[in-house]
Design a protein. Structure first.
Length: 492
């Protein structure tokens, strides 16, 4: 156990953020560098080392949280890093991006603020990188088996690293020009600087993993040919089809999916572009969708110099405390203020967009530019969403981003059809208990099989699918499988 009285004597302290006026002028991470280390050992000491650590249930990776909290409290950073990596390939990703369902399940959280598990996690891994404790782990011998991984997001990278370390020769195929998937082009730099991805890729290269960028399976390479080339294939292509908003005016210039808008801003930070072709500078911006992707659009618009930013959500505003029907240790739906929301803008709940209003087409245009958005208040009655008469209003909008989630994996590129994959009732790639599809030797991990989910679930799926692949190739596997395909988050 860490400090036996830590949860009684130490209050919760979280990472310190830089002043808003400073951070909106750059794209660096919002937290004050080094601000956690002076406080993190005492924060780790708040861990109670419960008889039944429910934080394990909240985390699909089964992270050994009380163990690495104890090591962090004692400032044994090497041991803490070893325990952290025992269950998580990329704790620097989850420590920055995961919404921390482990903290919602923390036993201390029943009647006190939960342990800052996420902050402890990121402190351990950052210290490990600085101390040289993160090194390549190449396999002792090669199996002679080859595996192709389609997609380089967290699920694909986790599967690739596990299979490489098991001795298989692994090649990761990515349709973008850089490795990382949504980590690279969907997550803004101010949430996670891409240097964290780059050094993991170098570690994986040193271990033996091969990477093939700008190669889309289904378009550049026929999926059936890829299957014949490799002993096994892992599909980790994500759920990249954005949910659309089919209302009048959707075709106007200036109405974009979030995943059209965010990648361009990241390409500016990568040095590929000087200015984004889709920019919020000098515009009234409306973000439709109240989730994390919507918040990413809000923060990006602030940094691009938007005149105003309004975020719309069709659901009611969540409460700041747990509802009675969301008891501990389930993951509650709470009102969340992200760093992007701290930077300004307006959040509007219980509204639905009725149509967009635009200008007349200019010379050379077939449609005009969006100028305003019309919305109406809504409420749920008998389980149905109904508009409230007399609540219609118009708000200015010269840039609209649609951040309403994703509906499934891409089928337009031919990958699903060329493999001959079966889909489940939700449109995801169907798989069995070993993450195997209906096509022999083809497996699926991450959002392509689960549907839109969290980064921590993607890594857990990649690790679990790797075990299925390893067993398929060799007849047995010592790799861990933290979750089953049917497992779901601890929610009600």
């Amino acid at each position: 156990m860490a400090d036996p009285k830590g949860f009684l004597t130490t209050g919760r302290e979280v990472a310190q953020t830089r002043p808003v006026g400073e951070r909106v002028k750059d794209w660096n991470e919002v937290y004050v560098p080094g601000s956690l280390l002076p406080i993190i050992s005492k924060q780790a000491g708040r861990c109670m080392d419960c008889g039944i650590p429910f934080c394990h249930n909240g985390c699909p990776l089964g992270n050994l949280i009380p163990e690495w909290n104890d090591y962090a409290y004692r400032e044994d950073w090497s041991a803490a890093s070893e325990r952290l990596h025992a269950t998580n390939n990329f704790p620097e990703f989850t420590g920055r991006l995961c919404p921390a369902p482990c903290e919602s399940a923390c036993v201390l959280g029943i009647n006190q603020p939960a342990v800052t598990i996420k902050n402890v996690e990121v402190s351990i891994i950052d210290k490990a990188w600085d101390s040289g404790d993160v090194t390549p782990q190449p396999p002792e011998r090669l199996s002679g088996k080859t595996v192709a991984v389609i997609g380089s997001g967290p699920a694909g990278l986790a599967a690739a690293q596990q299979l490489t370390r098991a001795g298989h020769t692994v090649a990761v195929y990515e349709r973008a020009d850089r490795i990382g998937g949504l980590l690279r082009y969907g997550i803004p730099e101010f949430k996670m600087e891409k240097s964290h991805i780059n050094r993991r890729i170098e570690q994986m290269r040193a271990e033996g993993t091969k990477f093939r960028t700008e190669t889309e399976i289904g378009r550049d390479i026929d999926a059936a040919k890829l299957r014949r080339r490799y002993d096994a294939v892992v599909i980790a292509a994500g759920a990249t089809v954005s949910r659309d908003l089919p209302v009048p005016g959707r075709e106007l210039n200036g109405v974009h999916f979030a995943m059209e808008y965010l990648p361009l801003a990241n390409k500016v930070q990568e040095g590929d572009l000087t200015v984004s072709p889709i920019t919020a500078e000098g515009k009234h911006v409306v973000v439709i969708g109240g989730g994390d992707t919507g918040a990413d659009c809000v923060g990006t618009a602030h940094r691009q110099g938007a005149l105003s930013v309004t975020q719309l959500e069709i659901m009611p505003r969540p409460g700041e405390d747990r509802n009675a029907n969301q008891p501990w240790p389930t993951f509650p739906m709470l009102y969340k203020v992200t760093s992007a929301h701290e930077e300004g803008g307006e959040r509007v709940y219980s509204v639905s967009t009725t149509h967009f209003e635009g200008s007349a087409p200019e010379e050379g245009q077939t449609v005009g530019n969006v100028q305003a958005l019309h919305l109406v208040e809504v409420e749920f009655k008998d389980g149905r969403l109904e508009q409230k008469p007399g609540t219609e209003r118009r708000i200015p909008a010269q840039l609209v981003t649609l951040a309403m989630g994703f509906t499934g994996t891409d089928q337009a590129n031919g990958l699903v059809q060329q493999f001959g994959l079966e889909l489940d009732e939700r449109g995801n790639v169907a798989r069995d208990a070993d993450y195997a599809t209906n096509v022999g030797g083809v497996f699926v991990a991450g959002d392509a099989g689960r549907g839109q989910s969290l980064i921590v679930w993607a890594i857990a799926e990649g690790r679990s699918a790797a075990r299925g692949v390893d067993r398929f190739l060799t007849g047995a596997s010592a790799l861990p499988a933290p979750i089953r395909p049917t497992d779901r988050a601890l929610m009600v």
